[in-house]
Structure formats: structure tokens, C-alpha cells
Design a protein around this ligand. Structure first.
Ligand code: CTP
Ligand code: MG
Length: 270
């Protein structure tokens, strides 16, 4: 361990040990990632479930899993699959290589993202103390962002969110009942104080478990796990995110994702 003032060990370094419940020898604390991948991808248009659409020939989900497994700190990935596609997703993971150090399990998801994350959390082994939640729909997040989130959680923050400043000014409106009708503007928040949040979001395991056990939201449920922790009254901090951690949501995002992959291939010298 480094001194409090010295440089932090890299996120891949051995985590602090937690005493085992049985009173036996302490085991190292583990970091796991839950990847909700059970959505249909309605905004992307007709086709396979979004996580199974390919980017440069490889399913988006595999890109996302590899992005998480690229962090040496991550020892387990829990993939939350479309309810009717768990078998297919398991096969996919079996046939795409991951680093030796990374285990994976697949569980079927639910009707909302919040429910899918909760089902994924149910599959975590006891020795996991740091949990990341990462959208399968953010397949290109760089490992530096993953490690920065993990380090902030290990440094003592119960909830950590990567985020970027906004390019657009944002208006709060009174949504119209009829799509396309003019909408009255209610407020214009100061842009410099706003951040667009991304994933992976990182949590102290107990804090996230408590949020998912107690916070209920109507309709679509929570689209953001950190928001649920905020409702507990626990502090949430933001660390710098990355422009390549964007969410593939609409068709144009597929074009951008392919362009990012092409640029990476060019930079790798292929
Ligand atoms: N997700 C999930 N279970 C759901 C809904 C969403 O696991 N019932 C996941 C998606 O697979 C995605 C992440 O949550 O990785 C973020 O959701 P979003 O980008 O909204 O994806 P979809 O819900 O699939 O897309 P859309 O809202 O356009 O249908
Ligand atoms: Mg959705």
C-alpha cells in the first residue's frame, strides 16, 4: 500500500482484504461489473436486441464486456441478457475470448433497466465489495475511464459517476401532450454546472444493494443507478468521463461507433 499522500496503487493492484464472514483468513475484495443488456433498442429501429447488434462484425455486448475486462481490477462480469436470450448470450460469451482473470455469468433480465440491474446484483458472490454497473449500449468506453471509477470507489466514495460537460445548452420545458407541438420553456440551467453522465458507474456494494432494495420509481424506473443512491441521501461524486463512452441509442450512433473503431484500427497500425 502507498502512503496516504503517495500515488494510489493502480486499480489493477491487489484490493484491500476484507475479513471473511466465517472468521477464517481474509480474502481479497473483488470488483465485479453488472452489464444490463436486456433492452430491445426501440430507438435504434427494428432488428435484433440492441446488445446483439454488431459493430465491426462483433456484437456490441462483446465490445462492452471486453471494455470492462480490460481493467485488471475486474474479476467478474455479470451480463443481464434479454429474458428470452440468456442461452444465446451465454453461447456468445463462450465463443469470444476474455482475459483469463475474468469470470462471467449470464442472468435473464427484466422489463426495465432498473429491474435488470437488480436481477444482476442478485448474482454477485459475497466477496465482491466494489460493483460497477455498465450499459451494454456503451461498448467503446476506454479502460482509463473504468479504472478511474474503480479507484475513486476504492478511495472511499460510495458512488462514482463518469460524466462530461455538455455541448448544447439545455432548456427545461413543459412537455406537450401532442408530439411536435410548441412547448413552453420553464428554465435554462447554467450550462457550466451541468454534466452528462455515463457508465460504468461505480459503487460500494452495500450502498448500491440498499438503493436497489429500497428505492422504487414509477413507470420506466431509474435510468441511472447513482440517482437511486442520491435518493438514499448518500453522496455521489462525478469523475471525468470520455467522449468515446457515448451511448449507442439512435441509428446515427452506429455510424459514430464504427468510425471510432476504424480510427482505433488505424492508430493500431492495421
Ligand atoms: N436495459 C436492460 N433491461 C431493460 C431495458 C434496458 O438491461 N429492460 C439495458 C439496455 O440493454 C442498455 C441499457 O439498459 O444496455 C441502457 O438502456 P437503453 O440505452 O435505453 O437501451 P434500450 O432500452 O435497449 O433502448 P430503447 O430505450 O431505445 O429501447
Ligand atoms: Mg431504454
Amino acid at each position: 500500500m502507498s502512503s496516504p499522500d503517495g500515488p494510489r496503487p493502480p486499480a489493477g493492484a491487489q484490493a484491500p482484504a476484507t475479513p471473511s464472514a466465517s472468521g477464517g483468513p481474509a480474502r481479497p475484495a473483488r470488483t465485479a461489473v453488472v452489464i444490463p443488456a436486456a433492452g430491445r433498442g426501440v430507438r435504434l429501429g427494428p432488428g435484433a436486441p440492441k446488445a446483439l447488434r454488431t459493430l465491426s462484425g462483433t456484437p456490441m455486448l462483446i465490445h462492452a464486456v471486453r471494455a470492462m475486462a480490460a481493467s485488471r481490477a475486474v474479476s467478474l462480469v455479470v451480463v443481464v441478457a434479454p429474458p428470452d436470450g440468456a442461452h444465446e448470450v451465454k453461447n456468445l460469451l463462450d465463443t469470444h475470448a476474455l482475459p483469463e482473470r475474468t469470470d462471467y455469468v449470464v442472468v435473464p433480465g427484466g422489463m426495465t433497466r432498473q429491474e435488470s440491474v437488480r436481477l444482476g446484483l442478485g448474482a454477485l458472490p459475497e466477496d465482491v465489495t466494489t460493483v460497477l454497473v455498465h450499459d451494454a449500449a456503451r461498448p467503446l468506453v476506454p479502460v482509463e475511464t473504468v479504472d478511474a471509477v474503480i479507484e475513486a470507489v476504492r478511495g472511499g466514495a460510495p458512488a462514482v459517476v463518469p460524466a462530461v460537460p455538455l455541448a448544447d445548452t439545455v432548456k427545461e420545458v413543459e412537455p406537450s401532450a401532442v408530439p411536435g407541438d410548441p412547448e413552453p420553456v420553464l428554465a435554462t440551467p447554467v450550462r457550466a454546472r451541468l454534466r452528462a453522465v455515463q457508465t460504468p458507474q461505480g459503487f460500494d456494494r452495500d450502498t448500491l444493494m440498499r438503493a436497489h432494495a429500497t428505492v422504487t420509481l414509477d413507470g420506466e424506473g431509474a435510468t441511472d443507478d447513482a440517482g437511486m443512491v442520491e435518493r438514499l441521501g448518500e453522496p455521489v461524486v462525478v469523475v471525468p468521463g470520455h467522449e468515446e463512452a457515448f451511448k449507442v441509442t439512435r441509428p446515427l450512433d452506429l455510424v459514430l461507433a464504427e468510425a471510432v473503431l476504424a480510427r482505433r484500427r488505424a492508430n493500431d497500425g492495421f
